[in-house]
Write a protein that binds this ligand. Structure first.
Ligand code: AMP
Length: 534
């Protein structure tokens, strides 16, 4: 018998074996708890409701929501009934939201009540959306929308999930921002989600298991919260979902109260949490891993966590096109004898390629470069959960060619196989024909006392083409006390002279993208004349 790898298998396991385990959501009314048994019933009720609304095989159902149990119900009801879950990033500008809902041809849209004001004014421009369902905690009176609880209540708590779903059928889709133009869509087949979920449970990756309690701070609208909700349901792992606009203090409270063992998010989240942990007294002794990815982990951050909690940050790398996990920085057994600083050098890297994938590093001519710890090149990959194309997008062939996915990330691999990213191809600074890694400079600056955040960008320069500019955000208590000359001198002692930025500017905050990364495009625009004027 050929057994397809579909999402239904993940759902059934938590019902049959872990019906008493909990899903905890931080909601406006307080913390709400459901067991996996209740969860299964609600997932089935949602599937009945969506069926009655005319959602069928292959139809797209969009979500516009924070991390909570209702969003998690859609995560399984939609793919298990054969439809496609489209998680929309709530931080996108209105024109991108309109574009992607129309491009995906979403039939139904599930929206959080507090996010409704961002959606209703756009409604007339959604060409295919037939129904908006509001995920509210109380009955709703808004016009032309139905409320989730009224819609699902009283429906049967089991559903005859179709058993003929092919593993190559799409289960989900996410859009990723493009350098220019509209976001690009990636479809996830059932088999990709199945295999990627298995990956997250391997001891050499995140090692997610039934005995864990997982808190994904990473939003469920950002590459499926790195796939954690799927894997957690499969394993019967207790989940803690932090709800709308969680403040770092909310995260700290949930980590403590729910005895969370593994959490995941982008570096800015952990920067924020650190400030809370430094002020308050929280018992986070249950925590075994803080997975961090989406952008490079500043060394100072990793060291601060090691000092505060005795835990190294678990550095992970991936992208929308790869569902997303591709690398994890775990120490090989023979490297555990290294002194702490040398171990940290390894934890700082993006890590080892996960099992199942293939990777090459290519120079500008497309030739493979050696894994020698010094030669730069573009990271290209292929494997069972890596996309083969963007959905209905003629830009696909710029990224997917010769049978490989070209990441646009520039990296170095050492003799042990650890990948270190030095830049995005578009962020690398090209000065007088030499490449300068903005990431290395940023990491160094963020280790300077009094610095909260730093981004180094390329600014056009008449003589050198481009020169680096450091954009620095001082910590609240260091404002006015930080001097740019001290920072530049600090860099002069650590980098070749041509790497050192010609100037540094102080800002109140750095612009961030919808997924919490430093938005260097905005900074480059703002400072493009910095070295040209006069
Ligand atoms: P997204 O598809 O929005 O998740 O963005 C993926 C991109 O984020 C990658 O191609 C990298 O440029 C960047 N990225 C993700 N994880 C890391 C990491 N650990 N270190 C540095 N950059 C990262």
């Amino acid at each position: 018998m050929r057994y397809p790898l579909t999402v239904r298998n993940l759902l059934e396991r938590s019902r049959t074996m872990f019906a008493h385990k909990e899903i905890v959501s931080r909601m406006p009314t307080g913390v709400v708890r459901h067991t996996y048994g209740q969860y299964y019933g609600r997932v089935s009720q949602l599937a009945h409701a969506l069926t009655d609304l005319g959602v069928g095989r292959g139809d797209r159902v969009a979500t516009f929501a924070w991390n909570h149990h209702r969003h998690l119900e859609a995560y399984f009801a939609v793919p298990c009934m054969g439809a496609v879950l489209h998680t929309v990033n709530i931080r996108l500008p209105a024109e991108h939201i309109i574009h992607i809902l129309n491009h995906a041809e979403d039939k139904v849209l599930l929206v959080d009540e507090d996010l409704l004001p961002a959606i209703l004014p756009l409604r007339d421009q959604f060409k295919t959306v037939e129904q908006i369902i509001v995920m509210a905690d109380h009955p709703l009176t808004a016009e032309n929308v139905v409320d989730y609880e009224t819609l699902i209540s009283g429906r049967p708590t089991t559903f005859a999930w179709p058993e003929d779903i092919d593993e190559w059928e799409p289960a989900g889709m996410c859009y990723t921002s493009a350098t220019t133009g509209n976001p690009k869509a990636v479809l996830y087949a059932h088999r990709a989600i199945f295999l990627h979920s298995m990956l997250l449970c391997m001891a050499d990756t995140l090692g997610l298991s039934e005995s864990d309690t997982v808190l994904p701070v990473v939003p469920m609208f950002h590459v499926n919260a790195w796939g954690l909700p799927f894997a957690a349901v499969w394993m019967g792992t207790k989940q803690v979902l932090p709800g709308a606009r969680p403040h770092p203090a909310d995260i700290a409270q949930l980590l403590q109260d729910e005895k969370v063992t593994i959490t995941a998010g982008v570096p800015t989240v952990w920067l924020g949490l650190l400030q809370v942990l430094e002020k308050g007294d929280y018992d986070l002794s249950a925590l075994r891993a803080i997975a961090c990815g989406g952008s490079a982990v500043p060394r100072a951050l990793a060291e601060a966590y090691r000092k505060k909690l005795g835990l190294p940050i678990l550095h992970a790398y991936g992208m929308t096109e790869a569902a997303p996990l591709t690398h994890v920085a775990r120490l090989k057994s023979h490297l555990t004898i290294l002194p702490p600083d040398a171990q940290q050098d390894i934890y700082d890297k993006q890590g080892l390629l996960v099992p199942g994938l293939e990777m090459k590093i290519l120079d500008q001519a497309g030739n493979e470069v050696p894994w020698d710890g010094k030669t730069f090149g573009e990271v290209v990959m292929r494997g069972p959960w890596i996309a083969a194309e963007y959905y209905k997008d003629d830009r696909s062939s710029d990224t997917f060619y010769d049978g490989w996915y070209h990441t646009g990330d520039i990296g170095i691999v050492d003799q042990e196989g650890y990948l270190k990213l030095v830049d995005r191809a578009k962020d690398v600074i090209k000065s007088g024909g030499e490449w300068i890694s903005s990431v290395d400079l940023e990491n160094a600056i963020m280790a300077f006392p009094g610095v909260a955040e730093a981004a180094v960008i390329a600014c056009p320069h008449t003589v050198w083409d481009e020169r680096p500019l450091a954009c620095v955000v001082p910590k609240a208590d260091a404002k006015g006390a930080l001097h740019k000359e001290a920072i530049l001198e600090f860099l002069r002692n650590r980098f070749p002279h041509y790497w050192v930025p010609d100037d540094a500017v102080f800002l109140d905050e750095l612009p961030k993208t919808g997924t919490g990364k430093f938005d260097k495009k905005v900074l480059r625009g703002k400072f493009q004349g910095h070295y040209m004027a006069g």
